[in-house]
Design a protein. Structure first.
Length: 258
């Protein structure tokens, strides 16, 4: 059938990967340094990815294409990114339901705020206040941070030390921001509850493409958390680099950091 679907101008594409993050359906991948629509039936034609492209390489065209296949998309996301990605796709679908019909004009406002890339180069002003009235600034200068959502091509990874946080560690210890996140790029993952397929490969790609000089694994003192450090070590090995400095730090259940 003839319908609206994404088109990518490879001459304009700079390979930043923002559109890969912006596409909730997983229809776009970076192949040989260029964004490509991997399957027509993965693209719903709403264009959430357009607002993420810094070069204007993405447009919506009307052409002959296979119908959007929601069932196939869910299976693809579950197999490649895990249940978090399926949930994100469902959230996007709910937003799209507010349009007049399934082939309405695409919104140009950008992707889901939960996955839109943010890279702060200035000092952040966000603060939290404890019970004594002392305000502590947030040290986070990027978004997204969840392992499934980050792109190896993200600019905030380039030449930066990387801290790989277990999901629970920043909750267990109030020191995580100033001690580990400050001045570093960050990804968050849970080796027990996440679908970790692809984590090693993604980290290896970050280490290779971003020239990561140092990696810090921050885990909890529970057995399952050791898997996160193992993922990091395997990724360093896969990257083929022997110059990456690695540190492991353990957070106790009482919030003490070693």
């Amino acid at each position: 059938m003839k319908r609206k679907i994404i088109t990518i101008d490879e001459e304009l594409c700079n390979g930043c990967g923002d559109c890969v993050v912006g596409c909730a359906e997983g229809a776009i991948q970076l192949i040989d340094g260029k964004a490509k629509l991997v399957r027509d039936d993965f693209c719903d034609g709403f264009g959430d990815c357009i607002g993420t492209c810094p070069t204007g390489a993405l447009t919506i065209d009307e052409r002959e294409a296979d119908d959007f296949d929601e069932t196939a998309v869910k299976k693809h996301l579950l197999d490649t990114q895990g249940p978090e990605a399926v949930a994100r796709m469902k959230e996007a679908a709910k937003r799209h339901e507010t349009t007049a019909n399934s082939q309405a004009q695409p919104t140009m406002s950008g992707s889901c705020p939960g996955s839109r890339m943010i890279h702060r180069k200035e000092e952040t002003t966000a603060k939290t206040t404890n019970m004594s009235g002392v305000a502590f600034p947030s040290e986070l200068k990027q978004w997204p941070i969840q392992m499934h959502l980050v792109s190896p091509q993200a600019p905030y990874f380039v030449n930066q030390e990387l801290v790989v946080l277990s999901t629970c560690s920043p909750i267990a210890s109030a020191d995580i921001h100033w001690k580990f996140i400050r001045g570093r790029a960050v990804v968050v993952a849970c080796p027990k509850l996440d679908r970790t397929d692809g984590y090693v490969e993604k980290l290896a790609a970050i280490f290779t493409q971003a020239k990561t000089p140092k990696v810090l694994s921050v885990i909890m003192e529970v057995p399952c958390c050791l898997g996160l450090s193992q993922i990091v070590k395997e990724a360093i090995k896969m990257s083929g680099r022997n110059d990456i400095e690695f540190e492991e730090h353990v957070v106790s259940l009482e919030g003490q950091v070693s």
